[in-house]
Design a protein around this ligand. Sequence first.
Ligand code: NAD
Length: 468
Amino acid sequence: MMEFKATIGGKPAPVGSGFAVLNPATGKEVGRAPNMGEAELNAAVAVAKAAFVSWSAQSDEALQRACAAVTAKIEEHAAELAEIITLEQGKPLNGLGSRWEVGGAVAWAGYTTGLSLPAKVLQDNEQGRVELHRKPLGVVGSITPWNFPVMIAVWHILPALRTGNTVVIKPSPFTPLSTLRLVEIMNEVLPPGVVNVVTGDDKAFNLGAAMSGHPDIRKIVFTGSCATGQKVMQSAAATMKRLTLEMGGNDAGIVLPDADPQTIAEGLFWGAFINNGQTCAAMKRLYVHESIHDAVCDALAAYAQNIPVGNGMDEANILGPIQNRMQFDKVSRLVADAKGRGRVLIGGEPGEGLFFSPTIIAGLRNGDALVDEEQFGPALPIILYSDVEEAIRLANDSPNGLGGSVWSTDIEAAKKVASRMACGSVWINKHGAIQPNAPFGGVKTSGVGVEFAEEGLAEYTDIQVVFA
Ligand code: NAD
């Protein structure tokens, strides 16, 4: 079993007996994480606040060099981090799994390192000179979910560091181990107190709630469910924290009548089933025109048939188990309900433990639970439509607005449909392909603010305007 330490102020914090972290593929304990409370959180925030004074006083070049060193450290430990992710999260080492996740983390860290937010001159004339400067905020609190523990931690930590902030991160109780190790690795090249980690089981004490109300945390960057994000926003009000909230989605894909079912089947499958569907911007509802509906169903089911599902430590597998019992029960409930309403094309039955083979169910409609709720698992509902206007209306009939996609051989026609979808990102002939140079965020209840690119970086700063 692996040993994990929490790093606070550059040193390992006292651990106690901690709480168990389970391997979702076997149900066995893979390691223990410290079960921390208010005292440890206060200690972490205090050292981060103290470290902010000298960290934020550095030149932009020095911050950039430090972020480059952090990026190199992550890359150096890529194989080790990938293995921890597979053991605690369940996604395979192979395919779009844990090695891919760590590769993404390195790419994001490197790109973010290269960004900068130079001062802007807004006016320079006989009436005076006006400059816009970006100032770091102070201590940033990062709260992460269990689906991409390392990649999302990097999405939160690197822009905070790059802009001169210090960090206290709190991973999900389901996947704390890779974050504990990630922070330990980062601390090999960072001054003490710049990045700290706290972990807890969310039972006796809710660290995330305490962070959201903490007077010495100036910003919360949160990735997780809509319900929890709303609580973060409420708790943050008293101290007027800056917020970036990346929350749930129920992304729709629309297949137009001119799409080629064989060509799009692979993209549709991975758009929906990446990380077993446990992905914020996965395709969670698929609207298919009646003229090609059956051909798309057949092509998708044929593709899904050949996907090896199993323990992610085995290189042969490219999908793993569902990450936790709560999520497994949710997917099971939604699939059981959908089976009574639609036609199962493939899957439909829970497997052993937390395994659930990829499930595709046609003949469903808006109003059915599998269509209306975020399943966050390996089950895709297909909805037949006859009129594109109707498909756009049904796709937009959701409180969420994270991503969307349009599938067609006519790119210009697809872009016209895409522009009418109420979501923060929209893709043509693919789904969920995010990248570090493009801002990413949700509209409606899917979030507040964006991550990535200059726009995302700016969210870790306050503006100060200097009138001379
Ligand atoms: P969750 O909301 O249950 O938990 C997220 C984090 O919040 C965890 O660290 C948890 O411990 C913490 N938390 C729990 N109670 C809290 C409270 N009262 N205050 C503050 N923090 C609290 O989410 P999850 O189940 O871990 O993740 C799945 C959800 O995340 C899905 O809805 C998914 O769509 C969403 N997600 C969104 C994005 C995005 O970028 N938009 C990315 C990944 C996941």
